[in-house]
Design a binder for this molecule. Structure first.
Ligand code: IMP
Length: 454
């Protein structure tokens, strides 16, 4: 018997915090070295900002690799909003980038986000407390789990689309009426026939992209091609292992790549984590290292900490090694990419949470699973002197020095900060970003872009 076992050449890029770590930039940089980029979970709730030659691209749904003109796949684990998909494709077209089916593929199994999902998301009181992005993500995944959703393969078949949207519309509109009654405020009820008309047009535009992404990735891996699995959101927004219920409804953690893209665990040879040099979170939920207001405002301004999708101001706090240790357990990072260290320039004293004092008076080094403990956790900080303000020119000089000296090119105290993160989390830092542009990055000497797979 001949055994066919797909091995290796898969790298997963995972957010190590609460999303918005700067994954888009890291994916964009690493995408140059791979053949396929596969987005494995989430939907239009994600926000990737990529700056190329001074031009800013913002994606919510499209894999970041499209900018590199690499085969980019929206996998089965993604909830696909056709309106956003078409808007992003048209935006790219208007910016001079034409995307055809040889570049983009959408898995036939991906679930389609419909207007009802967004209306339900917006209407639910609990979702308001969580601060969802309002993109219908939770309701769309609910329909997937309850086997009542609309998959992409049905969506692009006109007669199935009509039949299924009528079924869905009837049952959702019935449910929406009771939501109106309990919430008190009227909920806009989508009109089924208008949805059919509008979504039929979208379906015709997207039909050429229909593919079996899982089969394609497996075949490509078998042929020795390199695949980058692009995670959205972050580890602590994972539906099972995040700060539930303040989480998203999918699995951003590395294991989610197997389920979302339809590949075997041994297809993945590397996991890269991405973390900001501080912590941010949008929406509700615990953030133990959250800054006092004044410091928060400074970092929000300097780091442009506003959500790509909703424009909401992000909550900000110190780097949290307790959280990262947990991320390391869940994902098994081979390396970390630390982003936005430049935002911390000029701060007199930098802090890293290395433990939490919890309610019973004990101290823990690991983020507790019980969210009530986390809500009241008091961080134990390591403090270290900050580094001077360098400005764009100063950072540019450091980036050029890093070509020969790697991370040693960083100001002494910035390097100490990075080394402390490595020690506390137990993972090597592969790169440090000092600005949003592709080139504004320092690579560790012994961990260059060409490391192992790349
Ligand atoms: P949902 O994913 O829209 O259901 O939102 C659930 C929670 O995840 C909310 O707190 C959102 O703010 C958060 N969230 C979802 N997507 C992202 C993201 O890409 N970055 C940061 N937070 C996100």
């Amino acid at each position: 018997m001949k055994t066919v076992r797909v091995l290796g050449n898969g790298v997963v890029i995972v957010g190590a915090q609460f999303g918005d770590e700067g994954k888009g930039k890291i994916v964009d940089v690493l995408a140059e070295k791979v053949d396929i980029i596969a987005r494995y979970q989430g939907g239009a709730n994600a926000g990737h900002t990529i700056v190329v030659d001074g031009k800013t691209f913002k994606f919510r749904l499209m894999p970041s690799g499209l900018i590199r003109s690499k085969r980019s796949l929206i996998c089965a684990g993604v909830v696909m909003d056709p309106k956003v998909a078409v808007t992003e494709l048209e935006g790219l077209f208007n910016g001079g980038i034409s995307i055809g089916p040889s570049l983009l593929g959408i898995d036939l199994r991906a679930h389609v986000v419909l207007p009802w999902h967004k209306v339900i998301d917006a209407a639910r009181q609990a979702n308001k407390e969580i601060g969802t992005t309002g993109n219908g993500i939770g309701p769309a995944y609910e329909d997937s789990a309850s086997r009542t959703g609309l998959r992409f393969i049905e969506f692009v078949d006109q007669s199935k689309l009509e039949r299924r949207v009528r079924e869905i519309g009837t049952s959702k509109n019935h449910a929406l009426k009771s939501l109106v009654a309990s919430g008190g405020t009227p909920v806009p009820i989508p009109e089924t026939e208008s949805v059919i008309l509008e979504y039929s047009v979208l379906a015709r535009k997207l039909k050429p992209f229909l593919c079996d992404a899982s089969a394609e990735i497996n075949q490509s891996l078998l042929e020795g091609k390199k695949v980058l699995f692009e995670g959205a959101q972050g580890t602590h927004l994972d539906e099972s292992f995040g700060t539930y219920p303040f989480v998203t409804s999918s699995h951003p953690i590395a294991g989610g790549a197997c389920i979302g893209a339809g590949v075997a665990p041994h297809s993945i040879t590397q996991v890269h984590g991405v973390a900001k040099a501080y912590t941010t979170r949008v929406g509700g939920g615990p953030l133990p290292t959250e800054f006092e207001e004044e410091m928060g405002e400074t970092i929000v301004k300097k780091g442009h900490e506003f959500g790509t999708v909703t424009g909401r101001k992000r909550r900000v706090g110190w780097f949290d090694a307790c959280m990262l240790r947990r991320s390391q357990q869940l994902n098994g990072f081979d390396c970390l990419h630390i982003t936005k260290i430049d935002v911390l320039e000029g701060i007199k004293t930098l802090k890293i949470a290395i433990g939490y004092k919890i309610e019973d008076g004990s101290t823990t080094q690991l983020m507790p699973a019980d969210i009530s403990l986390l809500h009241n956790a008091v961080p134990v900080y390591f403090e270290t002197p900050g580094f001077e303000e360098l400005g764009e020119e100063g950072w540019a000089k450091i980036v050029s020095q890093a070509i020969s000296s790697g991370l040693d090119a960083l100001p002494k105290h910035a390097l100490n900060f990075i080394r402390k993160i490595e020690d506390e989390v137990g993972v090597q830092v592969a790169s440090v970003s000092v600005g949003p542009q592709r080139h504004q990055i320092l690579w560790a000497k012994n961990f260059s872009v060409n490391y192992k797979l790349l």
